[in-house]
Design a protein around this ligand. Structure first.
Ligand code: SAM
Ligand code: DTB
Ligand code: SF4
Length: 330
């Protein structure tokens, strides 16, 4: 088996991996996982929505877009001290990574961004890997975040380039790539993945994975989200994502991006423990959890439930990693 890191995958190769009989695919992914990672370790991340709802974008899966009539309560940017209190709690309950999300189209150079910079500094000082997801970012803004101690920036492709316009009209796939490039140039690690269950085809899923796996440097984190169906959004009546589709996606990501941390992100609340175990076997090694039992605006298993699951499965939380300098700023 070829275990090198490759950035020259072809569509045909990725398709052949993805289309394998499921058991063969899982076995290959589990093997690659063990070559590159300590398979008993799963990264435990806490996600906090620091600014909720009222977003001008039209992402058709999202409960926070102002234009859809959802039940979500709009919340302005939280006070820094509130955010830091959540981060302390996250550390106490075993998280090594803390991700702050804002329902913004893009970062603006205003007082709110200054406050986010303070939050990043504060969380970093607590000794957590600090991550943000704030929408589009310029290179200068990325550099400010890096200077404040940001470890990772989450910016998902969401879906394939071909299907993108069906899901979002207020920005382009190229805008997404551009922000990811700005994050890279600033030397922040990249967290980028997508969502399944949007109505896309297998071909779209393969195309999205191919875009990630042919980047000059693979994202250090790849979140795989199952659509959380939110009342009032255009996709609220989409069918639930089948567990084996999630497993197939995770396994393919694991094989073609062997060093990445693959995150089993949205969708866990609708999965049984054995179903989640298949995702870990297929190479997932990160989850979102926490005391609040929510992702951003939807339910998620709580940390005590997850620690009981870890106990059953013989898994343990991954320690915080030292920040590895990524690409030079060229
Ligand atoms: N507003 C910023 C942005 O869009 O980049 C940051 C936050 S946004 C909520 C982060 C990511 O969460 C989205 O790109 C999408 O991949 C994922 N996401 C949002 N709503 C979701 C849903 N209902 N189900 C699954 N994933 C979702
Ligand atoms: C990611 O890939 N998944 C997280 C995080 N990045 C920001 C968000 C999931 C949101 C799920 C639905 C919700 O609660 O809004
Ligand atoms: Fe706004 Fe992000 Fe939701 Fe899109 S995914 S509507 S940009 S909060």
């Amino acid at each position: 088996m070829n275990t090198s890191i490759r950035n020259d995958w072809t569509k045909e190769e990725v398709q052949a991996i993805y289309d394998q009989p499921l058991m063969a695919l899982i076995y290959q992914a589990a093997t690659v996982h063990r070559q590159w990672h300590e398979a008993s370790e799963v990264q435990v991340c806490t996600l906090l929505s620091v600014k909720t709802g009222g977003c001008p974008e039209d992402c058709s899966y999202c409960g926070q877009a102002a234009r859809y009539h959802t039940d979500i309560k709009v919340q302005a940017l939280l006070p820094t001290e509130t955010v830091l209190a959540h981060a302390r709690k996250a550390k106490e309950t075993g998280s090594s990574r803390f991700c702050m999300a804002a329902a913004w189209r893009e970062v603006r150079d205003n007082r709110d961004f200054d406050r986010v910079i303070e939050m990043v500094k504060g969380v970093n000082e607590l000794g957590l890997e600090v991550c943000c997801t704030l929408g589009m970012l310029t290179e200068e803004q990325a550099i400010r975040l890096q200077d404040a101690g940001l470890y990772a920036y989450n910016h998902n492709l969401d879906t394939s380039e071909q299907y993108y316009d069906e899901i979002i009209s207020t920005r382009t796939f190229d805008n997404r790539i551009n922000t990811i490039n700005n994050v890279r140039k600033a030397g922040i690690t990249v967290c980028s993945g997508g969502i399944i269950g949007l109505g896309e085809t297998d071909r779209d899923r393969i195309s999205m994975l191919l875009t990630l796996a042919t980047m000059p440097k693979h994202p250090e984190s790849v979140p795989v989200n199952a659509l959380a169906r939110i009342k009032g959004t255009p996709l609220e009546h989409n069918p639930k994502v089948d567990i084996w589709e999630m497993v197939r996606m995770i396994a393919t990501a694991r094989i073609i991006m062997p060093t990445a941390v693959v995150r089993l992100s949205a969708g866990r609340i609708e999965m049984t423990e054995p179903e989640q175990a298949w995702c870990f076997m297929a190479g997932a090694n990160s989850i979102f959890t926490g005391e609040r039992e929510t992702l951003l605006v939807t339910p998620n298993p709580g940390v005590s439930e997850d620690m009981a699951m870890f106990q059953t499965l013989g898994l343990k939380p991954m320690a915080k990693r030292e920040k590895v300098k990524t690409c030079p700023t060229t």
